[in-house]
Write a protein that binds this ligand. Structure first.
Ligand code: DC
Length: 238
């Protein structure tokens, strides 16, 4: 199962009102969105869209071009025309055919991604691409603005949250699994900075969308959350 490869020059506007067969999952970093969304998509037999990975891939791309010290989006806009991002069902991300998955959680990308994703010119391109990916049937999409901006007509909207200390613990475990040792305090600080930047930017800030079901995953296991969401979606799809 692969996502359609699409370049960022898509010009066909997609009517967002028609994009209903979507499970939109939003929430802050470390709330368990990626793991839950991937597991839920597997269970429902549909593709999974990790929009955070897309913003990370753009950040990586701009870092490669020394284009991350921008004052506004005007210096970045010309670079986006040549950008081609593709994601596959295993979560691998390619930029112009190159697999960049192993770079997406580097310290540099982590540090810059909130600033890059705050640029309206970047968000507009990402929205087009994300909506194009929802035109082919049921999709589980996770990020910060799935239910509020990208798929406001989604049939299912969830907002996953967890206590900051638990989010930092999970994130630290992810890093350890990738061979990166970071203290929980450092991870917590990084998470809190990103939460603040992501939820205070003017364009599509992190928010619990209207009509979304809020779920506190602090003391829930991943399988439990997936089961909970799957039951809701399956009940309403049949
Ligand atoms: O989910 P994540 O940690 O991989 O996301 C990385 C960054 O991308 C996050 O700090 C904010 C940004 N992002 C966004 O602005 N909108 C989205 N839909 C998804 C992620």
């Amino acid at each position: 199962m692969t996502h359609p490869t699409a370049d960022l020059t898509i010009s066909e506007p997609v009517s967002i009102e028609t994009l209903r067969d979507v499970v939109a999952i939003d929430g802050p970093s470390g709330a368990g969105k990626s793991t839950v969304a991937r597991g839920l998509a597997r269970r429902l037999g549909c593709p999974y869209l990790d929009t955070g990975a897309m913003y990370r891939a753009v950040t990586w791309y701009l870092l490669q071009r020394d284009a991350c010290d921008f004052a506004d989006g005007s210096s970045v806009a010309p670079l986006l025309g040549a950008l081609d991002i593709a994601l596959d069902a295993e979560g691998r991300v390619t930029v112009s055919g190159r697999d960049v998955s192993s770079h997406l959680r580097s310290h540099e990308v982590e540090r810059r991604v909130s600033a890059v994703s705050a640029l309206s010119v970047v968000r507009k391109r990402m929205r087009e691409l994300q909506r194009a990916m929802a035109e082919h049937g049921l999709l589980v999409a996770e990020g910060r603005d799935m239910g509020s901006v990208v798929f406001p007509a989604a049939n299912w909207k969830f907002y996953l949250d967890a206590a900051p200390s638990e989010r930092a613990r999970r994130r630290q475990a992810d890093f350890l699994a990738q061979g990166r040792e970071v203290s929980q305090d450092d991870v917590l600080e990084e998470i809190l900075v990103r939460d603040r930047l992501d939820s205070t930017r003017p364009d599509a800030p992190l928010t619990c969308a209207e009509g979304a079901t809020r779920i506190d995953t602090t003391s829930m296991g991943v399988d439990e959350v997936i089961e909970h969401l799957a039951r809701i979606v399956e009940r309403e799809r049949t």
